[in-house]
Design a protein around this ligand. Structure first.
Ligand code: NDP
Ligand code: KPL
Length: 294
């Protein structure tokens, strides 16, 4: 398969490393800056890969698959890549957080070619081309031909990649985790060492608001999902991080709308109050780079 990855960040680099292990794949990384090679620290050792690297969309041609691994606030800048990479047969997998993978790209591509992907493992970019994947974790796609074909790309990969018959619930369950990530993004430290009943109440309220909106949207969220997010926050070590925390630390834009704003927006549509997520949106917008509100 000919596969392009737009965005060689934490997730894009991780994907390039894993897909690069399959000699049947030709992997192209679409980047803003040149890269020599890819090196990924996994829980069991280091993977290396030498994909083709393009920095000019004019050099791209239509391929079988495009994996979009840019942040949600950068989607507009990916259009020039998509214009060149997407032909009549191309499928576009969106590896992003949130619950609006298809809606975000619907103005650029036919919906039936967009494959939403829930990514459930922590990864970080150590330096350009150098990445670390903390856990093998999992990825989920909707059932159907697109999902099956996406799963097949990763034959032999240690990440548990599978289609999920209730993808909507899977994506909302992930958002339950991500909405709570607003707290360490603001405090810039893992919550475990500073755990208090008040902090637990705040994190629980964020997740319960998300779960209520999820259920109104038609997703199934068990109480155990809420408890596992609260438990993870209670036990989070001081050095734990998340991708929005990394953005704030680096002075980049943040996925505020995709991770907390969406809960407020969809909650309003259902008449569900979401004051804690609204508070996070306000504080994150006030704390981040002043030129971006995403
Ligand atoms: N990191 C994680 O552990 C997880 C992240 N996610 C989600 O995955 C998505 C990606 O996150 P993550 O990998 O952490 O993000 P990163 O910020 O690490 O990487 C984003 C990459 O996109 C590149 N980029 C942006 N615009 C363009 C463009 N127009 N052309 C080419 N490259 C571009 C950036 O370029 P440059 O190098 O120039 O900055 C950067 O390399 C997000 O939605 C995130 O929420 C989901 C699960 C876990
Ligand atoms: C690491 C993980 C899985 C949970 O916070 C994540 O989704 C992120 O960092 O964006």
């Amino acid at each position: 398969m000919n596969i392009a990855i737009i965005g060689p960040g934490a997730i894009g680099g991780t994907m390039a490393a894993w897909l690069g292990q399959n000699p049947d794949h030709a992997v192209t990384v679409c980047a803003r800056s040149p890269l020599d090679s890819i090196s990924l620290q996994t829980p069991d050792g280091t993977l290396t890969a030498t994909p083709t690297v393009l920095t000019d969309p004019a050099d791209a041609i239509p391929l079988d698959w495009v994996l979009v691994t840019i942040k949600t606030y950068d989607i507009a800048s990916a259009q020039t890549w998509l214009d060149r990479l997407v032909g009549p047969q191309t499928r576009v997998a969106v590896l992003q957080n949130g619950v609006e993978h298809i809606q975000r790209f619907a103005h650029l591509l036919p919906a039936e070619r967009i494959v939403p992907v829930v990514v459930d493992f922590p990864a970080s970019r150590l330096s350009p081309g150098r990445y670390a994947q903390g856990l093998y974790g999992s990825m989920a796609v909707p059932v159907g031909r697109n999902g099956d074909d996406f799963v097949a790309l990763f034959a032999g990969c240690r990440i548990a990649i599978a289609s999920d018959a209730d993808f909507q619930s899977r994506a909302w369950a992930k958002l339950c985790l991500n909405c709570a990530g607003a707290v360490p993004t603001l405090t810039q430290r893992g919550t475990g060492a500073v755990w208090t009943p008040e902090l637990e109440a705040l994190i629980r309220a964020l997740v319960e608001e998300c779960a209520a909106v999820a259920r109104a949207e038609g997703a199934t969220i068990a109480q155990s999902v809420i408890e596992s997010v609260v438990d993870a926050a209670r036990n989070a070590p001081p050095t734990s991080s998340n991708s929005m925390q990394a953005d704030r630390l680096a002075g980049r834009a943040m996925e505020i709308e995709a991770r907390n704003g969406v809960i407020v927006r969809l909650g309003a549509r259902h008449g569900i109050a979401t004051p804690m997520n609204a508070l996070m949106v306000t504080l994150l917008n006030a704390s981040g780079s002043p030129w971006v509100q995403t």
